[in-house]
Design a protein around this ligand. Structure first.
Ligand SMILES: Nc1ncnc2c1ncn2[C@@H]1O[C@H](COP(=O)(O)OP(=O)(O)OP(=O)(O)O)[C@@H](O)[C@H]1O
Ligand SMILES: [Mg+2]
Length: 266
């Protein structure tokens, strides 16, 4: 479960301005212009697919993901997940993974436990938390607070917190932001392994083209705002992917850079 259909999705934000006080105009009249962020987006994410979303800063990636999560309403068009139209947030199906998502006053154990509050069997709940902390290699750090963990460990704790609720869809908006290069490479590997094991539908926003090419089953590249789909590429090479051995990857990398208007990195 976790099949997402985005149909004719458009989004405009009202940019409010307060009119200046004039003789002919009553005070504080709100005037507005519309900011068009998404324009007729049609996308289809298959169950269990890991899709990387790329595009220029400010083009509307976060807005799209927030609409899929039900946090924002589209101006027109619709999103359905497993055939049901998204009308608001649903914690059962979707987990929005965000960095700095851990509650600083709670231990790793309690943070992971948050998603399992509905479980009445405490023993079963404990086993489940232990299992997921083990999957993300945090056994032994159950009683640490977030500030006692490294950046990479914090992301792994966040990942455990996301996975333990067994969502159909994971939405990850630049989850590796702020991590150093090596930790980021390791986290990529962890997401790939986790995805191969759990097969969740993952929408993963990144600005890193190499990261998308290494991780994704498919990558979608958006234009400048208002975002339109410029590329929708299936990546079928097996993992681990090696740019030096797969010329197709190298060609793709070049074409994505070109699409994003970057020529010097080629
Ligand atoms: N709640 C809001 N009200 C008004 N404008 C908004 C709102 N949220 C986002 N915007 C505007 O919509 C545009 C797209 O924002 P969004 O955050 O979706 O971009 P993005 O592609 O995620 O950018 P980045 O890569 O920098 O994170 C921006 O111009 C932003 O100012
Ligand atoms: Mg964003």
């Amino acid at each position: 479960m976790g099949h997402i259909q985005v149909c004719g999705l458009s989004k405009q934000y009202m940019e409010r301005r307060t009119a200046p006080r004039t003789v002919n105009c009553s005070p504080n009249v709100e005037q507005g212009t519309y900011l068009e962020v998404l324009n007729d987006i049609n996308l289809h994410f298959e169950d269990g697919e890991l899709v990387c979303l790329l595009g220029p800063s400010g083009c509307g990636k976060t807005t799209l993901v927030r609409i899929i999560a039900g946090f924002e309403q589209p101006t027109s068009g619709s999103v359905t997940i497993d055939g049901k139209q998204v009308k608001g947030p649903s914690s059962n199906h979707i987990f929005v993974f965000q960095h700095n998502g851990l509650l600083p006053w709670m231990t790793v154990w309690d943070n992971v436990r948050l998603g399992l509050r509905h479980m009445s069997d405490k023993e079963q709940m404990g086993d489940r938390i232990r299992e997921y902390l083990d999957i993300v290699n945090l056994t032994g750090f159950e009683h640490h607070y977030p500030h006692q963990l490294s950046g990479g460990m914090q992301r792994r704790a966040e990942l455990a917190r996301a996975l333990v609720v067994n969502p159909d869809v994971l939405l990850m908006d630049e989850p590796f932001a702020g991590l150093d290069f090596l930790t980021r490479l390791k986290m990529r590997e962890e997401i790939i392994n986790m995805h191969e094991y759990f097969r969740k539908t993952i929408l993963f926003i990144t600005h890193d083209i190499e990261e998308a090419l290494v991780m994704a089953d498919r990558m979608v590249v958006f234009s400048d705002r208002p975002a339109q789909v410029r590329m929708n590429l299936k990546l079928s090479c097996s993992h681990p992917r090696d740019f030096t051995k797969e010329s197709a990857l190298e060609d793709l990398r070049r074409s994505v850079y070109m699409e994003l208007g970057v020529h010097y990195a080629l």
